[in-house]
Design a binder for this molecule. Structure first.
Ligand SMILES: NC(=O)c1ccc[n+]([C@@H]2O[C@H](COP(=O)([O-])OP(=O)(O)OC[C@H]3O[C@@H](n4cnc5c(N)ncnc54)[C@H](OP(=O)(O)O)[C@@H]3O)[C@@H](O)[C@H]2O)c1
Length: 305
């Protein structure tokens, strides 16, 4: 027997397995053929990565898409790409910096004034494992952008979402929330040595808990709220760790994100509207109920007013 046969077949199996695994964790193909003509969708952090792909797929299906990004040059470029690719001219760029409460309030005020309806809010933007930065208002950056910024944005848009019901909020969490711990005595990492990974996990757990409590408060309004882990893709999320440029991630992670990672699928599927009991669920993971009231009380009234 050729002495290269066994190593070659092992290598082939490993490569094939890696490709299958990559496709699986990336979310697969979208089962829904739904269109969303006349529906207005806001996607935060839509200039790149999963947010851009979600916006693209929803634009392809006829929605009015608002890309909400902090860098207007990148935002306009993404909107132009999406309009060009889908021939849907109802794709627009708006400024939103989630690290600034002022910017969030300005964005929301403009939406409330200019948009008759908002049917879907995709809270997608995130920063992962950045240095110990703080937002304009002094919050630790990952908690500030990933959770607090979206918390404020969602609450400011709630009346509009209610008036547009059936409508939905989709919070992009991560499997990382499972490792999350919320330190209510030191939310902003001022008393402990900063741990970039733990801070990311904390922010994603906070988003999951927010989802659960908000959905409870919105029962009967026609607004559903879900958290989800979108699948895994080689995006710019790893920019602070260099991970997205590594040979390992080039090989093992999907790029571009699949056309129907969970955010798109959840935005399209009808079953969430007709199954209110699904609201509040993390669509991929378990939720830690016991911390909810504490999170809501300690974060919302004190720090966001
Ligand atoms: N990629 C994965 O495998 C994976 C896995 C689990 C969960 N997720 C979650 O999926 C979501 C999308 O991630 P991604 O992988 O697409 O990441 P990405 O490529 O890094 O995109 C993140 C987006 O968030 C924006 N953003 C960051 N800070 C912002 C701020 N202050 N204000 C407004 N926008 C801001 C970024 O804008 P700039 O380009 O201007 O920085 C960018 O548009 C995130 O919530 C992430 O946690 C991703």
């Amino acid at each position: 027997m050729n002495r290269y046969l066994v190593p070659a077949s092992l290598l082939g199996t490993a490569v094939g397995g890696a490709v299958l695994l990559r496709d699986y964790v990336a979310g697969g193909t979208c089962p829904s053929k739904a269109t969303i003509q006349g529906k207005t969708v806001i996607v935060t952090g839509a200039n790149t990565g999963i947010g851009k792909q979600t916006a693209l797929e929803l634009a392809r299906r006829g929605g009015n898409i608002i890309l909400a990004c902090r860098d207007m040059e990148k935002c306009e470029a993404a909107a132009k790409d999406i309009r060009g690719e889908t021939l849907n001219h109802r794709v627009n760029a708006r400024h939103l910096d989630l690290a600034s409460l002022k910017s969030i309030r300005e964005f929301a005020a403009k939406i409330i004034e200019e948009e008759e309806r908002v049917h879907v809010l995709v809270n997608n933007a995130a920063v992962m494992r950045c240095p110990h930065w703080t937002t304009e208002d002094g919050f630790e950056m990952q908690l500030g952008v990933n959770y607090l910024g979206h918390f404020l944005l969602t609450n400011l848009l709630l009346d509009k979402l209610k008036a547009s019901a059936p409508s939905r909020v989709i919070n992009l969490s991560s499997l990382a929330h499972i490792a999350g711990h919320i330190d209510f005595d030191d939310l902003n990492w001022e008393k402990r040595k900063y741990d970039t990974k733990a801070a990311y996990c904390q922010s994603k757990l906070a988003l999951v808990l927010f989802t659960k409590e908000l959905s409870r408060r919105l029962q009967g309004t026609g607004v559903t709220v879900n958290a989800l882990h979108p699948g895994v893709a080689r995006t710019e999320l790893g920019r602070h760790t260099g991970m997205h440029k590594s040979a390992f991630s080039s090989f093992t992670l999907a790029w571009p994100p699949t056309d129907c990672m969970l955010p798109t699928w959840v935005s399209l599927t009808q079953s969430i509207d007709s199954n209110a009991h699904l609201s509040g669920h993390s669509l991929s993971d378990t939720i830690r109920n016991e911390a909810l009231p504490a999170l809501w009380l300690s974060v919302s009234p004190v720090q966001l007013t």
